[in-house]
Design a protein around this ligand. Structure first.
Ligand SMILES: NC(=O)c1ccc[n+]([C@@H]2O[C@H](COP(=O)([O-])OP(=O)(O)OC[C@H]3O[C@@H](n4cnc5c(N)ncnc54)[C@H](O)[C@@H]3O)[C@@H](O)[C@H]2O)c1
Ligand SMILES: [Zn+2]
Length: 365
């Protein structure tokens, strides 16, 4: 499959947009960004790490083409995905000069994308937006779908807006500088999308895992593009998460609880927590929906090949289960779990809180 140079369209009517898959397409990016900057101005949002690698030179190249570019650089990391960071960007953007047609171009991981998208959604009541995701997670997940936002002390992603980009350029050439652990974490979302709607993708991940873990651009593009196709279809069917989009939470109900219990530091990354949640969901699906053992093995085999953690049973602690019970997805006295009747056949399953501890204990045994 020639994933590089492929285009996937997110079908959202008059707001439909392309996701371009590329490998080292720097000059095309400069062309596209220049074309988007119709009034000769642009804001490039990034973090310090990506500024040094890619976004600094990108901003310089735009300036060399005559654009007036504000380069907005945040400190890297989830801890800086805050309103303070956005406030600083509002002031810097207004000081450098911004008009209603000035595009905000996010270049970085999911943190940068979420902050830049929120800036674009709110500054002057909405600016054009484009995404240049530079992590596996951002290419496969956060750059597509239009969710933007920041964390507040009460919780992650509680303040935000839907704001779809004009386009996404997913260039695998950026991924070679990522630490292996970041690549592995992003691949957990690829595996999630495979389990939801593309079982063949699980086999490809398992087969090409060594190249994926090395950051091989071609191998990565060949699993990222089909995973984005899954997300694009689901988002197009349910842009604002009224229904079907909720299946994207597969592995995330337990995953978020594990992340929170681990304290959102480096002990467990988001993708590692999702991997543990996917394994739990597979075993719970087997117990409640009869998910075939071969399907459980295919899902776990892909996670194993990528080197994602296996010890999910250890995380079924009373603290983690109590956090699941406090999850946003609790309706009445049931937790909404995404389970699988088969690979490619997700089901939303309400599980009564009264059964949750017993179900977890039975699986942990
Ligand atoms: N909007 C959505 O739909 C959505 C979906 C999933 C996740 N998210 C959000 O995404 C965020 C996580 O994204 P992430 O995992 O990309 O984290 P991140 O943005 O923090 O990036 C991880 C680290 O990699 C560095 N980095 C980025 N690109 C690099 C490159 N090419 N080479 C070397 N280093 C690089 C960054 O500086 C950072 O230190 C979370 O805040 C999460 O809430 C949003
Ligand atoms: Zn996720």
């Amino acid at each position: 499959m020639g994933a590089v140079n492929e285009t996937i369209t997110v079908e959202l009517g008059d707001r439909a947009y392309p996701v371009w898959f590329r490998d080292g397409a720097t000059s095309e990016l400069i062309e596209r960004a220049t074309a988007l900057a119709t009034t000769g101005r642009a804001l490039v949002v990034t973090d310090e790490t990506v500024a040094a690698l890619y976004a600094g030179p990108f901003a310089e190249a735009l300036r060399a083409r005559g654009a007036r570019v504000g380069l907005l650089v945040m400190a890297p990391g989830e801890a800086h995905k805050t309103l303070e960071t956005v406030q600083g960007f509002y002031e810097a953007a207004l000081a450098t000069g911004v008009d209603r047609a000035t595009p905000v171009i996010a270049m970085g991981g999911g943190v940068v994308g979420d902050v830049a998208g929120f800036l674009a959604a709110t500054l002057l009541r909405g600016l054009p937006f484009a995404q240049v995701p530079t992590t596996v997670l951002a290419q496969v997940d956060s750059s597509v779908g239009g969710k933007t936002g920041v964390n507040v002390p009460a919780g992650k992603n509680l303040v935000g807006a839907f704001h779809q980009p004009a386009w996404v350029m997913a260039d695998a050439g950026y991924l070679g500088t990522l630490p292996e652990r970041q690549i592995q974490s992003g691949l957990a979302e690829v595996i999630k999308h495979g389990a939801l709607a593309d079982p063949a993708l699980l086999r490809r991940v398992a087969r090409t895992a060594p190249a994926l873990r090395r950051g091989d651009a071609t191998a990565l593009a060949q699993v990222i593009a089909p995973a984005v196709a899954v997300k694009a279809r689901i988002v197009a069917a349910d842009e604002r998460e009224q229904g079907e989009r909720a299946v994207l939470n597969l592995g995330h109900t337990l995953g978020h609880a594990i992340e929170a219990a681990a304290g959102f530091d480096d002990a467990v990354t988001h993708g590692e927590a999702v991997a543990l949640g996917l394994r739990f969901a597979a075993h719970l699906s087997r117990a409640r929906l009869g998910l075939p053992a071969d399907d459980v093995a295919a899902l776990e085999g892909a996670l194993d090949a990528v080197g994602l953690p296996r010890d999910w049973r250890r995380w079924l602690t009373p603290d983690v289960i109590a956090r699941v019970a406090r999850d946003k997805k609790v309706r009445g006295d049931c937790v909404q779990f995404v389970l699988l009747a088969g690979l490619g056949r997700p089901r939303l399953e309400p599980i009564p809180l009264s059964e949750l501890s017993a179900a977890a204990a039975a699986l942990a045994a």
